[in-house]
Design a protein around this ligand. Structure first.
Ligand code: 48F
Length: 259
């Protein structure tokens, strides 16, 4: 029995990993924008994997605000909340309250049910960069990086890569720093986020969701971070709408590469 259990996990896990060696979309970061993007792409039949460095993907959504585990979403994002089947209750002035644990678990469930594969405990430490295009992700175990062990990574190819790493915009920073390239941002580099303006931050998160370098897209707080826009705190409509917009942009880019 003991080795049967082990064999089952080994067979299944390496089958899953092998199936992800050539992806349509590699999503870096399992916060709300990344998970929603994974859901919409997987639902359309694209081969999608999401990588999160933590044991429990979900990013900044689990904890609500200061660990008060509720979040706020606005009317504009309600169609996504309803499509995903998340419970919500109306609040005031066009806003709604969603239990943050229910919402995060629900997003993860719906993305995987749609066909996205989630790899937890994976840190994306670099990208594949060829002929002026981002074409995959370079991954390693989070514990390897935390321990500072000198262990080489694995590489997975992807037609599109999403930086959904939140406030730190890690992938955009890595691409700019290592390759000396100009990004599609107001300065050509990663500007870094501004202080709190919830309404403006929500609006610009969606505007800033775009392809910032051939093959590399940004969503969520990373989108505002690269373009130097405001943070917004525990209101999540912009994150959900950003993930949906990223999925549409990436689907178009995948189709363009296929034709
Ligand atoms: O920050 P995060 O939740 O991303 P998001 O989708 O949402 C932002 C909101 O949660 C909130 C906010 C708006 O209301 O301001 O902060 O922009 O999640 C980012 C995820 O990326 C993972 C990290 O563990 C987190 O779960 N991550 C970051 N860098 C890497 C990574 C990396 N290099 N490799 C793998 N995962």
């Amino acid at each position: 029995m003991e080795t049967l259990i082990s064999q089952g996990i080994i067979d299944s896990y390496f089958g899953k990993l092998t199936a992800c060696l050539h992806l349509d979309a590699a999503i870096v970061g399992g916060g709300p924008s990344g998970i929603v993007c994974a859901y919409y792409l997987a639902k359309q039949g694209y081969r999608v994997a999401l990588f999160d460095r933590k044991l429990s993907p979900g990013g900044g959504m689990w904890g609500g605000a200061m660990m008060f585990n509720d979040i706020v979403v606005q009317d504009e994002a309600l169609p996504i909340i309803e499509e995903l089947g998340l419970r919500h209750k109306p609040y005031r002035e066009g806003t709604h309250i969603v239990d943050s644990v229910h919402a995060t678990a629900g997003l993860l469930y719906r993305a995987t049910e749609a066909g996205a594969t989630i790899f937890n405990c994976y840190s994306v430490e670099d990208v594949v960069y060829k002929q002026g295009r981002v074409g995959g992700v370079v991954v390693n175990w989070t514990p390897v990086l935390r321990e500072g062990l000198h262990v080489d990574p694995l590489t997975l190819a992807a037609a599109t890569v999403l930086d959904a790493t939140g406030h730190d915009c890690e992938i955009a920073k890595t691409v700019a720093r290592k390759n000396g390239v100009t990004l599609n941002t107001p300065t050509g580099g990663v500007i870094g986020e501004m202080s709190m303006d919830a309404a403006e931050g929500e609006r610009t998160t969606i505007d800033n969701t775009k392809e910032i370098y051939p093959g590399l897209f940004v969503s969520g707080m990373a989108a505002n971070g690269v373009s130097g826009s405001f943070r917004m705190g525990p209101i999540f409509g912009g994150m959900l709408l950003s993930g949906k917009k990223a999925a549409a942009l990436m689907a178009a880019a995948i189709e363009a590469q296929r034709s």
